[in-house]
Design a protein around this ligand. Structure first.
Ligand code: ZN
Ligand code: FE
Length: 256
């Protein structure tokens, strides 16, 4: 079994993803900001869509589902059980501990509440792949809309604990703005400075900065580094509770 992952730029700054199992031919879409890029990629690869896996209820992650279903009526729509705003048309509701089969691929589910109350992330342990939706971004994290900051911080720590080699796919290309912000709260981090320079160059050339890895994020993403003494010092909160530091970082980024 070989897994192919295609990342599809959608709308202004969203990413969609197709995951294909060459063994069975099964193909899953992960979030659907816009159906057109999916339909084009499926056709180009002669793939038949079997599953649609959704991370959360926001329109820019689900609005392309009806158009995909119109073309692939047998595709199963899978999404979070715990969202407050229900997602219409779900065939299967899932939560942490569940495993979704996409052909021969076992996809496990993490509850990652924070951005929304029921947000979930998808993890393919066999191939070290994480689909983080709007929870974790390259050098950033999602805005906290529907839970406390503590709940979001806990979700991020859960993802940060995955193996460093895990490839992380995210819902948005926000890396350039995230990098510029990160430099303001972790100014002495050499790895971050190097990465920020790379990101500036990649975006100048119109290249995607994703996927990232858990190792790279734990070393350079300030939202995963609220316990780091340098970050704490930079925001004037030495020795403070990591949730308080995370809250300060998130609030500063909201105004950045
Ligand atoms: Zn969202
Ligand atoms: Fe989004």
């Amino acid at each position: 079994m070989t897994i192919h992952v295609h990342q599809l730029p959608c709308l202004a700054d969203n990413y969609g993803v197709l995951v294909h199992d060459s063994g069975t031919g099964a193909t899953a879409a992960i979030d659907v900001p816009d159906a057109a890029p999916y339909l084009a990629a499926l056709e180009a690869n002669h793939w038949k869509l079997s599953d649609i896996l959704l991370t959360h209820h926001h329109a820019d992650h689900v609005q392309g589902v009806p158009a995909l279903k119109a073309r692939f009526p047998d595709a199963r729509v899978v999404g979070p059980k715990k969202e407050r705003a229900p997602i219409p048309g779900l065939d299967l509701e899932i939560a942490e501990g569940d495993i979704v089969k996409v052909g021969g691929i076992d996809v496990s589910v993490f509850d990652t509440p924070g951005h929304t109350a029921g947000h979930i992330a998808y993890y393919i342990e066999s191939d070290d792949l994480l689909f983080a939706g709007d929870t974790l971004f390259a050098l950033g994290c999602g805005r906290v809309f529907e839970t406390s900051m503590a709940v979001m911080y806990h979700s991020l720590m859960k993802l940060a604990a995955l193996p460093g080699e895990t490839q992380v796919y995210c819902g948005h290309e926000y890396t350039l703005s995230n990098a510029r912000f990160a430099l303001t709260v972790d100014p002495d981090n050499n790895l971050l400075a190097e990465r920020a320079a790379e990101v500036e160059e990649m975006r100048k050339q119109g290249k995607p900065t994703l996927p990232t890895t858990i190792a790279l994020e734990t070393a350079t993403n300030p939202f995963l580094r609220a316990e780091d003494p340098d970050v704490q010092k930079a925001v004037g909160m030495e020795g403070a509770d990591p949730v308080a530091v995370f809250t300060e970082l998130r609030e500063r980024k909201n105004k950045f």
